[in-house]
Design a protein around this ligand. Structure first.
Ligand SMILES: Nc1ncnc2c1ncn2[C@@H]1O[C@H](COP(=O)(O)OP(=O)(O)O)[C@@H](O)[C@H]1O
Ligand SMILES: [Mg+2]
Length: 213
């Protein structure tokens, strides 16, 4: 019954996009999945309102209540908890990291975004957990940019997640419609990337991949 935290100190890095796509994948695979939205802006919760189908359900929690909220969800039979966090908020990120079995750190592979990883890396080191950086919004044919970004991530003592999300219209168009990319366009590259992410998260946490979606 894993808890996956999505953290990054940078706004716009793709935390909410990643949290909602991972949670939707979990729900479609047949797992009782919940998103805990700790962002005061409550974007993930708004997305769930647009959907209205509780697939996945999104609950909100202030950081001080996060551990208890997650505990209660797991005790009630939830099989996968995904925690979405706000940017520029140390307390939220720290609590999420402490509560998580797996930490995913989305980052665009560009200089200012990579610089912001330093704060997250320090926090992970302090708590004693590994962070997996998922390169998000990767432009096409960005081989050199990616190689540089990976080197920077490794120099910070973080791991590079083998799954990446390209810069794809399906991600933002789906989110704006209260959908995930796999619902919006199951044949899209974005949908393939989400399915790849699901497999990787299952392997990393020891979950069964479950139903195809
Ligand atoms: N891989 C991607 N391709 C295209 N648009 C993306 C991608 N990831 C995120 N976005 C868009 O970028 C914006 C910021 O993403 P969001 O998930 O809200 O970031 P955060 O939660 O870290 O602030 C949103 O409009 C989202 O739709
Ligand atoms: Mg967000």
């Amino acid at each position: 019954m894993p808890t996956v935290a999505i953290v990054s100190q940078k706004g716009g890095s793709g935390k909410t996009t990643l949290a909602l796509h991972l949670a939707t994948a979990g729900a479609y695979s047949g797992k009782k999945t919940i998103v805990v939205d700790t962002d005061p802006q409550a974007t993930a919760a708004a997305w769930a309102d647009w959907r209205g189908d509780f697939l996945p359900e999104v609950v909100t929690s202030p950081p001080a209540r996060l551990a208890r909220t997650v505990e209660k969800q797991l005790a009630s039979g939830v099989e996968l908890v995904v925690i979405d966090t706000p940017p520029h908020a140390d307390a939220s990120a720290r609590e999420a990291i402490k509560t998580a079995d797996l930490v995913l750190v989305p980052s665009r592979p560009r200089a200012f975004d990579l610089h912001a990883l330093e704060a997250t890396a320090e926090m992970l080191q302090f708590v004693g957990k590994d962070g997996n950086v998922l390169m998000n919004g990767v432009p096409a044919r960005a081989t050199r940019m990616l190689a540089d970004a990976k080197a920077k991530v490794e120099a910070l003592g973080l791991s590079v997640c083998p799954v990446m999300f390209g810069e794809r219209a399906a991600f933002h168009r789906a989110s704006g419609d209260g959908e995930s990319a796999t619902e919006f366009d199951p044949e899209s590259k974005a949908a393939d990337e989400v399915r790849e992410l699901w497999k990787w998260v299952c392997k990393a946490t020891g979950m069964k991949v479950g139903k195809k979606f």
